[in-house]
Design a protein. Structure first.
Length: 367
């Protein structure tokens, strides 16, 4: 861990008062946790804080414009309570340092001390989980087809086990699902199956790329997202010869009704405690005769099940696969192993497109 920027969460012992950075949902969870354990939050820092804003009796300030004394800025621990793909945590820590704040504690490191209370979040779980899966992790290390993938795999695992941000490389600058430098990627003209099509962001990226597209089958179960997807599909130019087929449903291991938590934007997902039920389809059932040459999956942790539901299509057509592997802790190694067990001759590559170990994608190429 970079000692100039970060401290271990263990340094909170004996520190009754802290500063919290981040007024989003993670910030509120951390604020509640600190209150349960008897810490006083001197203030919450947020770039969008409005004058006079408060959480209960705790004031919200902008980090660069507030009444804190120099001693408070430099002497109180600052917990960065942010965990998402868009936040460069070391950059935030450097900015805080420039404004006179002392070393910070990251949410990833705080989570390690309070994993039960804070709960699993995407890949983030207690660090002992990785020790318990050491054999599978080592076996998957042999699957990667290039040095960049092997180095990224090792870096991600080091970060997850240590919380050391210095281990993580910068995200890939190329568009997610269409990275540069992978020979033969993407296969064209594209016959794309887009699982987790959200609001049509992948369609927009395709239109901007100029890649030739023959046909698209897109699946999005959240109806608010689906309406935006449909609007983008209607405006797509030039319209592919095979058309754009949109499915307002999820993708799963088999065709059935499943519980779903809607209304979360791109985070809407299958969930046992979801407030509704939605139809989900196995791709093998939904797309007979489609002949995909690229299947993309960003479906909030349901990727492994959806791959099982597409096993027939994959065996028959050997499409390229772009599968997110950051939604669950074990997906980083378990999903490439799952595909490798089919013995279809795939080569496996790993790339990252977001901060904080988000938007990590497995690219599998056949032949």
């Amino acid at each position: 861990m970079d000692g100039e920027l970060f401290r271990s969460a263990a340094s909170l012992i004996g520190q009754p008062t802290v500063i919290l950075y981040g007024a989003g949902s993670v910030g509120r969870d951390v604020y509640a946790l600190l209150a349960r354990h008897g810490w006083t939050v001197r203030c919450v820092l947020d770039r969008r804080a409005q004058p006079g804003a408060q959480w209960g009796a705790t004031p919200l300030y902008r980090p660069d414009d507030n009444p804190l004394t120099a001693a408070e800025r430099g002497g109180l621990p600052v917990i960065i309570a942010i965990f998402n793909r868009d936040a460069d945590i070391p950059a935030i820590a450097r900015s805080l340092r420039a404004w006179g704040y002392g070393p910070c504690i990251s949410f990833v490191d705080l989570h390690d001390r309070f994993a039960t209370e804070l709960g699993d979040r995407f890949w983030l779980t207690r660090r002992s989980f990785y020790d318990a899966h050491a054999d599978a992790i080592e076996e998957a290390a042999a699957l990667w087809a290039d040095a960049a993938s092997r180095q990224l795999y090792a870096a991600i695992l080091h970060f997850r086990r240590s919380g050391d941000y210095a281990a993580l490389p910068q995200p890939e600058s190329a568009t997610q699902y269409f990275p540069r430098g992978l020979l033969g990627w993407p296969p064209t003209p594209l016959r794309l199956v887009d699982c987790g099509a959200y609001d049509g962001d992948t369609l927009a990226a395709l239109a901007a790329s100029g890649l030739p597209v023959e046909a698209v089958a897109a699946f999005e179960p959240d109806l608010a997202n689906f309406q935006r997807l449909a609007a983008r599909a209607r405006a797509y130019q030039p319209m592919p010869a095979g058309g754009l087929a949109l499915w307002p449903c999820g993708v799963a291991a088999q065709t059935e009704l499943l519980a779903f938590a809607a209304g979360q934007g791109e985070g809407s997902a299958l969930a046992a405690g979801g407030d509704g039920r939605i139809p989900c389809v196995a791709l093998d059932d939904a797309l007979p005769g489609f002949r995909p040459n690229l299947i993309k999956m960003d479906i909030e942790g349901a990727e492994s099940d959806a791959l099982r539901g597409a096993a027939g299509l994959i065996r028959l057509h050997r499409p390229g696969l772009a599968v997110c592997v950051y939604h669950r802790p074990a997906h980083l190694w378990a999903i490439p192993q799952q595909i490798a067990q089919w013995r279809l001759g795939y080569r496996f590559y790993l790339r990252t497109h977001g901060y904080d170990d988000f938007d990590v994608v497995l690219y599998a190429l056949s032949g």
